[in-house]
Design a binder for this molecule. Structure first.
Ligand SMILES: [Zn+2]
Length: 295
């Protein structure tokens, strides 16, 4: 169904915040399932249902394995399952072979848990750089149809030499479609408006204006923790050092800021834009809807 509202692409980078924060501060047992992803998923699915919106879930393999029951309700609600890699390692820190192995591990987990083959990919922290743009060839070689990792903003990810991105969907040399994250290009700056982490610091009218200017089919991304109905609390093991605790609390404070603003902003965005999963945008651009692919 098409409407006269401009279209934006809605995505969730589906990962377990507790796994990632515990790994970042380097505590033992970080890969154990975190205590919050189930309630975050429930809140997220309930909000998407309220907004009559379907989204693309870029699923992180290691999070899905730690919570094997959580993908089924996402699929049942009609959302698209795509791939966020397996171990959340930066693409530019890997070799092409390591990157391919990471994709295969994630895809095997996703196929095992959902019966679906992901057609789309988003790099952890938008980490495909000019020096690692071989990643597009690897993705195409592994059977992926589109990428959603380009984010043309100097403050997104902070990687050396990010690939040059446009705001509109476009075809890459590898044959993949690229769906970049929404960035508002003003005469003076590139303002990232597509992620909930930016919504915590930008006034709502500015975000809505920026999304209109970002162009049709620009990408939005959220994380499950940004929809958490409860405050995020890092739970470190008893042996964690004071420095590990301080580091973890800092991450906790940053993430809780984004959490407070995200649901209201997404409701406001849904009033002004049509929200689409990426696979549907891919189909509208002429490809077969990858949501119908089965392994
Ligand atoms: Zn991520």
């Amino acid at each position: 169904m098409t409407t006269d509202r401009p279209a934006l692409l809605l995505s969730i980078d589906y990962e377990d915040w507790h796994q990632l924060v515990r790994r970042r501060v380097d505590v033992a047992g970080w890969e154990a399932p975190g205590p919050a992803l189930a309630r975050q998923t429930e809140a997220l699915l309930s909000l998407l249902d309220e907004l009559h919106a379907r989204a693309t879930f870029f699923v992180l393999g290691m999070a899905a394995r730690a919570h094997p029951g959580l993908l089924a309700p996402i699929v049942e609600a009609g959302h698209e399952i795509a791939c966020h890699g397996d171990a959340h390692r930066l693409v530019h820190s890997q070799t092409p072979d390591e990157f391919a192995a990471d994709l295969r591990a994630a895809r095997a987990t996703i196929e095992d848990l959902t019966g679906q083959t992901p057609a789309g990919y988003r790099a952890p922290a938008f980490s495909i750089t000019r020096a690692s743009d071989w990643a597009y060839e690897v993705l195409a070689g592994e059977g992926f149809l589109y990428d959603a990792s380009q984010h043309d903003s100097p403050i997104a990810g902070d990687h050396p030499e990010p690939v040059t991105a446009t705001t509109a969907p476009h075809r890459l040399e590898s044959g993949l479609w690229e769906f970049p994250v929404a960035v508002w290009h003003t005469s003076r700056a590139k303002i990232p408006v597509g992620g909930a982490s930016y919504w915590q610091v930008l006034p709502r009218p500015l975000v809505l204006t920026g999304l209109k200017r970002a162009g049709s089919m620009a990408g939005l991304y959220l994380h499950p923790y940004e929809l958490d109905p409860q405050p995020l609390k890092v739970m470190l093991p008893p042996g964690a050092t004071p420095s590990q605790r301080t580091h973890a609390r800092l991450r906790q404070a940053q993430r809780n800021g984004a959490r407070r603003r995200a649901p209201g902003m997404l409701r406001a965005i849904a009033r002004h834009f049509e929200l689409l999963p990426y696979g549907e945008a891919y189909a509208r651009l002429g490809g077969e809807n990858p949501g119908t692919f089965k392994p």
